[in-house]
Every structure is written in C-alpha cells, then in structure tokens.
Design a protein around this ligand. Structure first.
Ligand SMILES: *Cc1c(COP(=O)(O)O)cnc(C)c1O
Length: 360
C-alpha cells in the first residue's frame, strides 16, 4: 500500500523516517521488552525519553534557561482558558483577532476578565494580518495575544506586534518549528503538536519563569496551573507518553535536517512553488494578501464551487489527499508542513496545471 501526499491541516503528515523508527521500536523499545505505550511514566526509560525530547526542543528553538518547557494535554483549546487563568493578574488582556482560533481564544478569555479586541482582520474575511505597529494596548493589560499562523485562513505574522512592553502570548500550533523564533520576545509560546510536530494529544507550552506563579485566578484547577506542571517537570500526573516520544523523534529528525534555519529555507522553497503557480494561474487563485501569506497553510479557489469539488475529488484519486478547504473559506487548502516533501508540492502543482488545461 503506497503512501499518499497528505495535505491535511491537522492531524497531519509526519516524517516517514519517524514513523518507520517508531514501527521498528513498537514491540521492544531499545531492549526494554515493551512498547513506549506500555511503560510507566515514572520509569527511567521514559524519563530519558522526556529529558531528551525537552533538551532537543531547547536546542532547536534556542530556548533560554529562564523559560520552562511543559508537555501538556487538553489541546490548544484548553490553553485558551489556562492563559487567562494564569496570566490575568489585572483581569485585562488585549487580543488581536486574525481568524477563528484567535477569536475562540478571545471569547474564552472574556469568561475570566476584560478581554478586548485591539485589532481584527474580520472585515475582509481574515485574508490579511492587520498593521500591529501602534495598537491601543491598554496600560494595565496583562498580556497581548496573537495566533501567529492562522491555519484556516492561511495568514501569518511576518512581524510580531508592538505590544508596548506587555507580555506577548502566541498560539503557534500551525507554525511550530517551521522557522527560527526569538523566544525572548514572548512570555508564552504554545501549540498543539498535531499540526507540525507530532500526534494529537500533546500541547507544548514554553513559558517565561516569572509568569509561572501561585498568583492565579481563584478557582483555577490544579491541572490548569502552569506551576503544577513546571514544578513537576511535566510529570505531575500521567503525561501523553507515546505522543511525547513521537515528538522527541520529530525533534531529532529536525536536528538531522539541519535545524530550524534549514527548515525555513525548505519551507520557503516549497511555498514558493505553490504561490508562484497560483500567481500565474488563470484558474486557481490564492485567497490571502501577498504580504500575509503563510508558509504552512495555503488556501486557494477556482471561483466555482463545482470546479473546486471536481478538483478535490480528482486530486484524491491521484493520491493528493485532504485538499478540501475549511468550510468558512471554501475551495481548497494545501497544508505543507515540515514533513511534506518538496516532491509532494511539485506533484500538486503539476496536477493543478493539468487540471487547468482540461478545465480552464
Ligand atoms: C488546530 C488549532 C487549534 C485547536 O487545537 P486543538 O488541539 O484541537 O484544541 C488552535 N489554534 C490553532 C492555530 C490551530 O491550528
């Protein structure tokens, strides 16, 4: 059975080398006589897996010593609540609304305090990133929140917002490890791993130490306190062991590929193949303003719902799968995460060219 080119937005493609290694270790992880799925999270073997994963992530992202790395559960969605519960000392936070995930985080924050939308790109269906150089950030804002890469709309911040000295919190679910980041510019960087890093079930939160305190909103559950997990080294209770193990393998794969600078170059090359085609095609059009285009999620349309559906169905038959766009944008979306090889994007473009010849 041949593997397909999987353009799913998430859960999404993983490096084949990682899947093969995991398969080879399935029944007997390195002489332990058992699968990583079967071992105690308190065992030495698992502690080693966790330590190595954390260290490799620190190496890849150049994470300074005064940031904690936590492997959590509950999806990115649970962080929509955890963030205000842990950070809203004044119960004031400013949100930049660039899509559905930012909006959902904003709505969740309103349950806990005075969350304000200080910028939005809703006016043009989130097809761009607003100018964030001089926003009305409030003096007593506990943090400024962004969704750095908008998985559904295919936009990304090319420049971080001017937070006027306030703590920046970023959901990086769909651009995690796609390029280097300057961790020190953020108070919290977090994301679900199922887009670009690993299997669903793990959320990674990288949080500056001074933001991890006992001073959380009243009623914050033990499990949602950053301090709980930071103090316990992600072993307060049973963590998502197998998922962490796969993330660790992806970190090693990324290192073997040359790290995040090399991934960025690869991702730019892949994205350019697709965007260059969209810019010259008479049939297919990108839906995002050029200076806001994501390297990871590329939405496009033909302008006709019937042709869109015909394209998705023909592409599926050709082994190019999960190209249907999100229902709020329509059309198609190609997610071309780290693990999507360049050949996958080239085949997609070749297929689009053929389709255009027949249907243009
Ligand atoms: C997928 C996604 C989410 C939601 O993640 P869950 O793990 O399903 O809660 C949040 N933010 C972004 C940017 C996403 O792409």
């Amino acid at each position: 059975m041949a593997r397909v080119y999987n353009f799913s937005a998430g859960p999404a493609v993983l490096p084949e080398a990682v899947l093969k290694e995991a398969a080879a270790e399935m029944l007997d992880y390195r002489g332990s006589g058992m699968s990583v799925m079967e071992m105690s999270h308190r065992s030495k073997v698992f502690q080693e897996i966790l330590n190595t994963a954390e260290q490799d992530l620190r190496d890849l992202m150049n994470i300074p010593a005064n940031y904690k790395v936590m492997f959590l559960q509950g999806g990115a969605y649970q962080q929509f609540a955890a963030i205000p519960m842990n950070l809203m000392k004044n119960r004031v936070a400013d949100y930049i609304i660039t899509g559905q995930w930012a909006k959902k985080a904003f709505q969740e924050a309103k349950l806990y305090g005075d969350a304000c939308a200080v910028a939005s790109s809703a006016d043009r269906n989130f097809s761009y990133i607003p100018d964030c150089s001089d926003l009305p950030i409030r003096d007593n804002a506990d943090y400024v929140y962004i969704c750095q890469n908008n998985t559904i709309y295919g936009t990304t911040f090319k420049q971080l917002p001017n937070t006027k000295g306030k703590t920046l919190v970023a959901d990086v679910s769909s651009c995690f490890l796609s390029e280097p980041v300057d961790v020190e510019k953020y108070g919290v960087i977090y994301g679900g791993v199922q887009k670009n890093v690993g299997p669903a079930g793990v959320v990674i939160a990288i949080v500056r130490e001074d933001l991890i305190t006992e001073d959380v909103l009243p009623g914050t559950p033990t499990m949602l306190r950053y301090k709980t997990h930071a103090d316990a080294g992600s072993l307060f209770n049973t963590p998502p062991c197998y998922g962490i193990y796969i993330c660790g393998k992806v970190f090693q794969w990324l290192k073997s590929m040359g790290g995040l600078e090399a991934m960025k170059a690869r991702n730019e090359e892949k994205a350019a193949i697709l965007y260059n085609f969209l810019d010259r095609s008479q049939l297919f059009k990108g839906t995002v303003e050029k200076d806001s285009r994501s390297l990871m999620n590329v939405p496009f349309v033909t302008g006709s719902e019937e042709l869109d559906a015909a394209f998705v169905s023909a592409a599926t038959k050709a082994g190019l799968v999960n190209l249907k766009g999100h229902r709020t944008v329509g059309g198609m979306r190609a997610s071309i995460y780290n693990a999507m090889p360049k050949e996958g994007v080239e085949q997609l473009v070749a297929f689009m060219e053929e389709f255009e010849k027949k249907n243009g």
